[in-house]
Design a protein around this ligand. Structure first.
Ligand code: F6R
Length: 366
């Protein structure tokens, strides 16, 4: 049932090319140059009239929401707020009939997310779900939605659910951008083309596995990790840190790279590994200068870079390459090595990667 893999998590990491393809199949029609999603088409007016989009979710799904914030604002020019479902529901939020709320949940059963949906509905907002489990409570409670087609995710640490959530949210952003006229037709086509190529590029990213295993061996015994990224890759830094802490029990924090000097830089010494997402485009030069700041404090750099990178390679202790893509799609690739890094470290430490202590696959308690 693990398809020849040692763990469900590893199997699910490797399933991502297929999961992403399954998720855009029938929706991304490159020849016709359209994005087609029934849940969006049927409710286009609601989306176009929305003053803003509020995204609610927990954990990894919240990280997918953060990536979506960048892409919605960038492409569709609609204001987006991303909220932890638990904070949103308990703080008397301002919600009106002109709000669209998108709830993201792999399981479709997360109690706080479900409660946030009910609250938004009671205030008259239109609620759209992005779930993986068909017929789940959240899928039923929302007015409309779009499923991710990741297939069953068994490992407690979310992997393919995350990348397929980003895929669906990207398609929605593209569809809205087209409807609003905030994207040119050539840019739109280019996004479709690049998104269609992502599964192949994920496949390629997975080939770094043996290299990542060697890096994991070097750092598996440290007590702390820092993950840094900017822009689209800031949420990926958060997700990388979450993945590491939940399955290896090593303390890890994700930060926007520029925030480093406002505190976390004090932690850096020769024992601190820092994973820096430093792909081309997306503030590359700024990230390079962050790396220089870390090196001058003797921190160990693991850079996630674009194939053929030269600058970071010279500075970093290790680099892991991912293929080049659009900046807006880069999280779909930069996430892959971080999943593998946490997986290998956890396995080397003898942890139960598929069922980490204290965690449940669906959190039905508040
Ligand atoms: C992390 C993880 C959790 C879930 C969170 C939300 O790997 O699995 O953080 O992402 O509990 O779960 P869903 O998406 O089912 O609402």
């Amino acid at each position: 049932e693990k398809g020849g893999f040692d763990h469900f998590m590893l199997k699910e990491i490797h399933e991502q090319p297929k999961a992403i393809t399954d998720t855009y199949r029938g929706r991304l029609l490159r020849q016709e140059a359209i994005v087609k999603m029934a849940g969006i088409e049927d409710n286009m007016k609601k989306f176009l009239n929305a003053d803003r989009i509020i995204i609610v979710a927990c954990g990894t799904s919240w990280h997918a929401g953060l990536v979506a914030e960048y892409i919605f604002e960038d492409l569709a020019r609609v204001p987006v707020e991303v909220e932890y479902a638990s904070e949103f529901r308990y703080r008397n939020p301002i919600i009106t009939e002109k709000d669209v709320l998108i709830a993201i949940s792999q399981s479709g059963e997360t109690a706080d997310t479900l409660a946030a949906i009910k609250l938004a509905k009671s205030k008259g907002a239109f609620v759209f779900g992005v779930c993986n489990v068909v017929g789940s409570s959240i899928a039923r409670e929302t007015h409309a939605g779009a499923y991710t087609h990741a297939g069953p995710e068994i490992g407690v640490a979310s992997t393919k659910a995350f990348t397929t959530q980003i895929t669906v949210l990207t398609l929605i952003a593209l569809r809205l951008a087209r409807a609003k006229g905030t994207i040119s037709s050539s840019d739109f086509r280019n996004h479709l083309l690049e998104l269609e190529m992502i599964p192949k590029k994920v496949e390629e990213s997975l080939k770094s596995d043996a290299h990542i295993q060697k890096i994991s061996e070097i750092y598996k015994d440290v007590n702390n990790f820092l993950y840094l990224g900017r822009g689209y890759n800031f949420p990926v830094a958060l997700e990388g840190a979450l993945k590491l802490k939940e399955i290896s029990y090593i303390h890890a924090e994700g930060y926007p790279a520029a925030e480093m000097k406002h505190g976390p830089i004090a932690l850096i010494d020769e024992n601190m590994p820092i994973v820096v997402i430093a792909t081309k485009k997306g503030h590359y030069e700024k990230v390079v200068s962050n790396i220089q700041e870390i090196k001058s404090r003797k921190g160990k750099i693991i850079g996630i870079v674009t194939q053929g990178d030269i600058q970071v390679k010279e500075l970093a202790d290790h680099v892991i390459e991912v293929p080049e893509t659009l900046e807006s799609l880069s999280p779909l690739l930069t996430t892959i090595p971080l999943q593998l890094l946490s997986y290998h470290i956890a396995v080397m430490l003898g942890k139960n990667v598929d069922q980490p202590r204290n965690l449940a696959k669906s959190v039905t308690v508040e």
